[in-house]
Design a protein around this ligand. Structure first.
Ligand code: ZN
Length: 144
């Protein structure tokens, strides 16, 4: 896995409001989370902003365990086989809104209804299962 450049890291932090996109904490140190996990060795290509998000060390670790379904439901994690992670919406818990991430560090804000439709386009009914498991419909701000 290749680390992002300092420039890209700065863009991602600014885009995400320098808070964990999952829990909005200031408590734990912030890390760059690769939305698509790369196994041993991994990609030699430096990641772009739409392939990353800001996560605290605690959430980042849990994305691989008990937060996996929630991470997929909210677009913090993206399945490896997805060719363009920019097409998978991401919820920013700190800002309370959904968006599509651009490769240049921007975010196009979309409604929850639009985000859910796009998630189902990518994942089908599997997404509904993750969303139910994650209690997404009960999460404040996630359904607006
Ligand atoms: Zn967190």
């Amino acid at each position: 896995m290749v680390a992002p450049t300092t420039h890209v890291r700065g863009l991602v932090l600014r885009r995400d409001g320098s808070q964990c996109v999952s829990c909005a904490t200031h408590t734990y140190p912030l890390e760059m989370n690769h939305r698509q996990s790369v196994g041993g060795g991994g990609s030699k290509v430096r990641p772009l902003p739409h392939e990353l998000n800001t996560a605290c060390s605690r959430c980042n670790m849990r994305f691989e365990s008990d937060l996996l379904a929630k991470g997929l439901a909210f677009g913090w994690k993206v399945r490896k086989w997805v060719k363009n992670p920019g097409l998978v919406p991401m919820f920013n818990a700190a800002r309370g809104r959904w968006g599509l991430l651009t490769s240049t560090g921007g975010v196009v804000v979309i409604t929850a209804v639009d985000a859910f439709a796009r998630m189902r386009e990518v994942y089908g009914e599997q997404w509904d299962q993750w969303a139910a498991e994650a209690g997404l419909l009960a999460m404040r701000g996630a359904t607006r």
